[in-house]
Design a protein around this ligand. Structure first.
Ligand code: SF4
Length: 341
């Protein structure tokens, strides 16, 4: 089921770009979708009169069509050298989502339509580092797949990277509407990663996202299309029976991917962590959340962006590292583990 926004806001300056024009033609003719043009420096008005949860949910169905003004790309360790700004925000409602810290209570989905300029800038960054390879992450602050039917930005970016000797593109998604990307001549320069988790975590915390089976089926299609494939397992959350559930997840994965070369599959494992700011937003938007966020059971660590986060204590981190460090090579011999953090 494709994402259908309730409200689409076009920044005035975006309207000269073909992607915005096409989106205007599409959405302005649809019933039950409000379209607006936002003049100059005017700010987007939130839905008024609702609870924080209602405002948050309305923002998640609001699509902003804009241009990327700053073309200075942010860093993106550990997964890439730079963030590639195609989209910000996401339609999912995962309780733990890191975007809760980034965008607080107004998490609009924003697409950038000056793609030509963004890719020109990408080429400059690649040129600066060649002959070293430069990696770009297309999902650092978004899940870009649900809006792809409206922008085609991922497809064009995959085409662009196919011609780059020294540039590589990667993005991660929980969404499965990826058929439009399967026939692109990608020349193996783009890695498509799927974010997966134990069934209990998906059902309890990852609202409005496809289930594990669907994600694994989409991953299999991507592998059949010859893309390098990756999985982000995370956030790993320790709950009663976690090892058994993660083993079941691996068994499902291995069953569907049985015909794929394991040597082309890369894993990233990320344990659950939270910031004080994210915790307070989660408490407002998901007041009944059972996410484990007791600071007394965690270790405080300063993060790369200046704010601290609460991670699992060393004994739990060791259990996570031992478990995934053993299971992955056992079930997928020849695959690689990029990191377990
Ligand atoms: Fe956040 Fe990813 Fe969930 Fe979207 S799918 S809400 S980006 S965690």
């Amino acid at each position: 089921m494709p994402f259908i926004p309730n409200r689409v806001i076009f920044e005035e300056a975006a309207m000269q770009y073909p992607i915005a024009k096409n989106m205007w033609d599409l959405f302005s003719s649809r019933q039950n979708i409000t379209v607006e043009i936002l003049a100059g420096r005017k700010r987007i008005s939130s839905v008024s009169g609702g609870t924080i949860k209602e405002v948050h949910q309305a923002a998640k169905r609001t699509l902003v069509v804009g241009i990327r003004k700053t073309l200075k790309f942010q860093g993106c360790r550990p997964s890439a050298h730079y963030q590639l700004p195609l989209v910000t925000g996401c339609i999912g409602h995962c309780e733990y989502c890191y975007l809760n810290t980034q965008f607080g209570k107004n998490p609009y989905i924003r697409v950038y339509v000056n793609l030509y300029e963004i890719l020109e800038q990408t080429a400059l960054y690649i040129a600066q580092r060649q002959p070293e390879l430069t990696f770009f992450e297309g999902a650092a602050v978004s899940d870009p797949v649900p809006v792809e039917p409206y922008t085609g930005s991922l497809a064009r970016t995959i085409h662009f990277f196919a011609e780059q000797e020294y540039g590589r593109f990667r993005f991660v998604t929980k969404f499965t509407d990826i058929d439009s990307l399967l026939d692109i001549e990608h020349k193996e320069k783009t890695t498509v990663r799927f974010s997966i988790n134990a069934d209990h975590i998906i059902r309890t915390y990852e609202h409005s996202t496809p289930g594990l089976n669907k994600r694994i089926d989409a991953a299999n299609k991507v592998a059949q299309a010859g893309y390098p494939l990756g999985f982000i397992i995370g956030p790993v959350i320790l709950f009663a029976g976690w090892e058994k559930q993660y083993q079941q997840m691996f068994a499902q994965l291995a069953n569907v991917l049985k015909d794929q070369q394991h040597s082309t599959i890369a894993f990233e494992v990320i344990s659950h962590r939270f910031t004080v700011r994210a915790k307070s937003t989660i408490a407002e938007v998901f007041p009944d959340s059972t996410l484990p966020m007791d600071e007394n059971e965690r270790k405080f660590k300063y993060g790369q962006f200046g704010y601290g986060k609460y991670i699992y204590p060393p004994e739990d981190m060791k259990a996570i590292s031992d478990f995934f460090g053993t299971q992955i090579p056992y079930i997928f011999p020849g695959s690689s583990i990029n990191y377990i953090i």
